[in-house]
Design a protein around this ligand. Structure first.
Ligand code: SAH
Length: 259
């Protein structure tokens, strides 16, 4: 069967370097889950290495031309090809509440949304690795104090240990993207339940970073903090100065304040 013609609106940049594909497939530990979901397999450059691993490999692909290609070339995938949009599909139709890992050379136009969706599914997503635009991969793994530290860094690192693994040059893709790529791995923490109201934690982090130059006293005004809580010196800080533990501490203070 002919190769798939790259479609720009689907973020298709096909990896052409087999060694890098193998290296990405090797980033997962394959422990603590029996299922792996590859998002956006395209022509299966990563998939073929995943199929050698001691897990059930599933792929989800929005492009029907790629799905036809996978069906024709990877008989081992048989009924594990989900021809759907990952952002819209209810993955538990496939996994029924089971633990799984996510992997991919992701479509860069929706890579942040993929991470947010994975966070929603965190009680099932034990491990997550793959390729992003380099800056996005770096931002996710960034620590406090850096200019690029933001919502994704805090929310991901609250539940996962994040590791930037290696950089990939644009010339190993067809067509080459305009940016460099970076591969990261997220391993869910042993105890990933936060000692605070998790919904409020998400709100505090997102609201705080909406105005990253302002102190949290200013940016969290919409949360109606009491006069006495507003005097707490932790609110003198700007969001980029707080690590996960401090965001948890703020959330706990706001929770106590509301009682
Ligand atoms: N993994 C392949 C392809 C990477 S390009 C490789 O490394 O060569 C990104 C892939 O994601 C494309 O195949 C594209 O069709 C697919 N894709 C884009 N948006 C998607 C979505 N919302 N859900 C599932 N797959 C998607």
């Amino acid at each position: 069967m002919d190769k798939v013609k790259a479609k720009k609106h689907l973020g298709q940049h096909f990896l052409t370097d087999e060694n890098i594909a193998k290296k990405i497939a090797d980033t997962l530990h394959f422990e603590g889950y029996d299922n792996v979901l590859e998002i956006g397999p395209g022509m299966g450059v990563l998939t073929k290495y995943l199929l050698e691993k001691p897990v059930n490999t599933y792929v989800i692909e929005i492009d029907t031309e790629s799905v036809d290609y996978l069906n024709a070339n990877y008989p081992k995938l048989h009924n594990h090809i989900i021809s759907q949009d990952f952002l819209k599909y209810d993955i538990n139709k496939t996994f029924e509440g089971k633990q799984f890992a996510i992997i991919g050379n992701f479509p860069y136009n929706i890579s942040s949304q993929i991470v947010f969706r994975a966070l929603e599914l965190r009680s099932q997503v034990a491990e997550f690795s793959g390729m992003f635009q380099k800056e996005v991969a770096e931002r996710i793994c960034e620590k406090k104090g850096s200019k690029t530290y933001g919502i994704l860094s805090v929310l991901v690192q609250a539940f996962y240990d994040a590791e930037y693994l290696f950089t990939v040059h644009e010339n190993v893709f067809n067509p080459p993207p305009k940016v460099k790529s970076g591969v990261l791995r997220l391993k869910r923490k042993e105890n990933f339940a936060l000692p605070c109201n998790e919904k409020l934690f998400f709100t505090v982090v997102k609201t705080g970073f909406q105005q990253r130059r302002k102190t949290l006293r200013n940016s969290l005004k919409s949360l109606n903090l009491s006069e006495s809580l507003r005097e707490d010196t932790i609110f003198d800080l700007r969001p980029e100065q707080l690590d996960v533990q401090q965001f948890i501490a703020i959330t706990q203070k706001i929770e106590a304040d509301a009682i």
